[in-house]
Design a protein around this ligand. Structure first.
Ligand code: UD1
Ligand code: UDP
Length: 373
């Protein structure tokens, strides 16, 4: 059988690497049952800068894509339209037995729609996460993707409950753990906080910030509020901001520029970024994945968002939701308190073995095993 992974954006690459590896190991250990598995990556080209794409293939050991659709950027409609036509062609050409999609980006949405219409079965990695906030483009992508996927692979128990509430057949749903954490575990031995700190000229105690959510960066007034709050935190601790290309201009106009205790840099590669986070006293973010990584690394995380689709990083981790108004005081407190998980208990199955679990579910499905729980 042929399995194709559709990947487009930075967090997709991080989630897919352990699944690709897990499937490769299963195929390699073909056990005489005639199960010969082939797989390939389709890169949609949603992210295309070297620091948003190539560096992840290198850092994560991902194989070269069999196709790159080069869809690039655009409005939601234009980008999704390019994704739909590009993916329809390539999936029709390769006729996979299963397509695996990841997370909640526009490439995920387009792939699930194309496959549903072509009658190609699909698996969704990171199914069931919900912010219940439909002003987020990602929430729309998550709801549509889960309505159409044939196999739903969940990273946390709350996700299973959401799918049950939405009437998804429980036989399609599997609790597999978090492949983003597999990638983190695989990276740990290569992380070098000291080296990146020296390279960036940072003192021993520093904070890291990432910002790219439309709600924070697309609107000038919102951007100014967030930037003012980050500037205020920078009076407590030096902050380095590896800045996503989205909203770079608007954030600069709002005052997010290098100077004083604030250093703005290009996005970092995966290993450099995790090294930086591992050595940080505090992280301020609006990223999804970074909420999870800080939970595992025990680094305090302040998430500048009104909600999160990853509440387990609050109950079982180091995450706290803040507004621009509450960020400075929360940062002062986090810096004083240091790292600690409130319960001391990490999220279940975030153990570095999600990739092999997902591979087993997929292999069993391809073999036609009865997957009923
Ligand atoms: C996308 C996802 C978001 C995810 C983020 C991860 C959607 C709807 N959003 O947001 O959920 O958190 O990826 O990083 O899919 N750009 C570049 N170079 C690149 C890619 C983008 O300069 O390689 C710039 C372009 O100006 C582009 C903008 O960033 O218009 C936004 O890119 P896009 O892929 O549309 O959405 P993201 O904000 O990256
Ligand atoms: N990341 C990175 N370099 C950066 C910022 C983030 O490698 O400069 C990694 C981060 O460690 C995580 C992933 O990118 O694995 C998260 O992607 P992003 O924040 O863009 O998307 P989200 O998770 O919000 O969808």
């Amino acid at each position: 059988p042929l399995v194709l992974h559709v990947l487009g954006a930075r967090p997709n690459f991080v989630k897919a690497a352990p699944v690709v590896r897990g499937l490769a190991e299963l195929g390699a250990s073909a056990d005489g049952t005639g199960f010969a598995l082939r797989q390939g990556i389709i890169h949609t080209g949603q992210h295309y800068d070297a620091l948003m794409s190539d560096v992840f293939f290198a850092d994560l050991g991902l194989p070269e894509p069999i196709a790159n659709l080069g869809v690039g950027s655009g409005t939601h409609a234009r980008q999704t339209a390019a994704l739909l036509t590009g993916l329809e062609d390539v999936i029709t050409e390769h006729r996979p037995d299963l397509v695996v999609v990841y997370g909640d980006v526009n490439s995920t949405l387009a792939a699930i729609l194309v496959c549903a219409k072509l009658g190609v079965p699909t698996a969704h990695v990171e199914a069931g996460l919900r912010s219940f906030d439909r002003t987020m483009p990602e929430e729309i992508n998550r709801v549509v993707t889960d309505a159409l996927a044939d196999i739903l692979l969940c990273t946390s128990p709350d996700a299973i409950a959401h799918l049950a509430n939405e009437g998804v057949d429980p036989r399609k749903v599997h609790f597999v753990g978090n492949p983003m954490i597999d990638s983190l575990f695989a990276a740990l031995p290569s992380l070098d906080p000291e080296r990146i700190r020296a390279r960036l000229g940072l003192p021993e105690r520093y904070a890291v910030a990432t910002l790219h959510r439309p709600g924070n960066v697309d609107d000038a007034a919102a951007a100014r509020e967030v930037v003012d709050a980050v500037r205020e935190v920078s009076e407590l601790v030096p902050i380095v901001v590896p800045l996503h290309p989205r909203g770079r201009t608007r954030l600069a106009e709002a005052g997010l520029v290098t100077g004083g205790n604030l250093t703005i840099i290009d996005p970092l590669g995966y290993l450099d970024f995790l090294s930086l986070v591992k050595g940080a006293a505090l992280v301020v973010t609006d990223s999804g994945g970074v909420q999870e990584e800080t939970t595992m690394l025990g680094v305090p995380c302040l998430t500048v968002r009104p909600n999160t689709e990853r509440p387990i990083t609050i109950t079982h981790g180091t995450n706290l939701l803040v507004t621009p108004a509450t960020l400075p005081a929360a940062a002062a407190k986090a810096l004083a308190d240091g790292a600690a998980t409130p319960t001391g208990e990490l999220p279940p199955l975030w153990d570095g073995k999600a990739g092999p679990r997902i591979a087993r579910v997929i292999a069993a499905w391809l073999r036609g095993d009865n997957l009923a729980p």
